[in-house]
Design a protein around this ligand. Structure first.
Ligand code: HSE
Length: 436
């Protein structure tokens, strides 16, 4: 059988990793796929550099459209990123009847619904294992491995840059800024790290997992997103004293009222496995009714780990391209006509528990006034910590962990507590999940 010819758009870190792993493991991959898979064409703006990295039988061009229109190319692999030119090229590849593999979470989170509809019309596959958590096969697990289950929730550390930053803040007692600079100097964070630290990258990935887990259209526009830029190292220390670590989690839960989709810093029990996922590693926990809790851990970025996922998609396509399109695994796990319009809940309707830090005047009755407002709003306290105030200091800090309540109740209570004259600093509130 002739080789499956791949046209690669973008020879950056992941593109080069894909090229190298395909070459290195060619024989093993062929034994699995049933035919050889080779990159026959590459498009990259830096043609000379690209030529120096690939063998002479691989054609290098500087315009992705040439790859798409080449009759020899069976599958287009998009590794450019973003939703500008990458969107145009992916849509044209689908229109040209080519299968597409992409690692582009931003593109799918923003335009996934339209892309999958177009792919369905043209009878082509759009595969995207590499778009969430790099080398971890979480898309395969959610879409196929757990297909017998009603999924209850998915919670993941799905941004390595922020996990590295939070690990450094905890281990070295660094400020956010110090940890960010270290992440940048080690090449984890981009020069412009906005998408990582503001939680947007994690929201793209959480949206893709949510769509697959619950059979809803891409919900990115309804996600609640809060990054890590406001986190202070003292909260990481107080959380630790109370038996918790702080992680940036992407959480999606199915409840009676709808689907929660939220990305925010979150206290998790220090003894839980997910709390011990440190550095730039990723992990996703899935709670499902039949299997219970499962955990998927590994490298969420990097050339070869991400290439591992890209090539898994290529092998899937090599095996399935001749199948009747309706017999293939649906892009988002559920049959397109069975997708639901379940509402994505606003954050005010989410039920969770909280860590609160209050800078208060160290006077009689302050604690009583704070706890009575919580009680009036039916918010139950789980644990408390008060730091001894230093000599002559007239302020102290109250740390309160609450049981679960609805976010709007907490908002109302905090507005009243903040207005108490004895509460002298802005209240810090971080959500908390036991993940059990
Ligand atoms: N910037 C991402 C991260 C890697 O830090 O995890 C690619 O999604």
């Amino acid at each position: 059988m002739r080789p499956m010819n791949i046209g690669l758009l973008g020879l950056g870190t992941v593109g080069l990793g894909t090229y190298q792993v395909l070459n290195r493991n060619q024989e093993e991959i062929q034994r699995r796929a049933g035919r050889s898979i080779r990159i026959s064409m590459v498009a990259d703006l830096d043609v000379e550099r690209a030529k120096s990295l690939v063998s002479s039988d691989c054609l290098v061009v500087n315009d992705g459209r040439e790859v798409i229109s080449s009759p020899d190319v069976d599958i287009v692999v998009e590794l450019i990123g973003g939703y500008g030119i990458a969107y145009e090229l992916v849509m044209s590849a689908i229109e040209a009847g080519k299968h597409v593999v992409t690692a582009n979470k931003a593109l799918l989170a923003m335009h996934g619904t339209e892309i999958f509809e177009a792919a369905l019309r043209k009878g082509v596959m759009v595969a995207f294992e590499a778009s969430v958590a790099g080398g971890i096969p979480i898309i395969k697990a959610l879409r196929e491995g757990l297909t017998a289950n009603r999924i209850e929730w998915v919670a993941g550390i799905i941004n390595g840059t922020t996990n590295f930053i939070l690990s450094q803040m905890r281990e070295k007692n660094w400020s956010f800024q110090q940890a960010l600079e270290m992440a940048q100097s080690l090449g984890y964070a981009e020069a412009d790290p906005t998408f990582d630290i503001e939680g947007i990258d994690a929201a793209h990935k959480a949206s893709i997992m949510s769509a697959i887990a619950f059979g809803v259209r891409m919900p990115f526009n309804h996600a609640y997103i809060e990054g890590v830029t406001q986190l202070q190292s003292q909260d990481i220390r107080f959380a630790e004293q109370l038996g918790y670590r702080i992680k940036l989690l992407g959480i999606s839960k199915q409840s009676q009222e709808g689907i929660e989709l939220r990305i925010h810093p979150c206290l998790v029990p220090s003894k839980s496995i997910i709390a011990n996922v440190e550095g730039a590693m990723n992990a996703v926990m899935v709670q499902a009714d039949a299997v219970g809790t499962t955990l998927y851990y590994g490298k969420g970025a990097g050339g070869e780990p991400t290439a591992s996922a890209v090539i898994a998609d290529l092998v899937d396509i090599a095996r399935l391209h001749a199948a009747d399109p309706l017999s293939r695994v649906p892009h988002l796990a559920f049959q397109p006509q069975a997708m639901r319009d379940t509402p994505i809940l606003p954050i005010e309707k989410v039920e969770t528990s909280y860590y609160l830090r209050l800078g208060v005047a160290d006077q009689a009755g302050v604690l009583a006034s704070v706890t009575s407002v919580l009680a009036q709003h039916n918010i139950s306290i789980d644990a408390m910590l008060q730091q001894p105030s230093h000599h002559k200091e007239e302020r102290t800090e109250l740390i309160i962990l609450t049981h679960q309540c609805i976010e709007s109740q907490m908002n109302q209570a905090l507005a009243i507590i903040q207005s108490l004259p004895t509460v002298i600093e802005p209240i810090i509130r971080i959500r908390k999940e036991e993940l059990i």
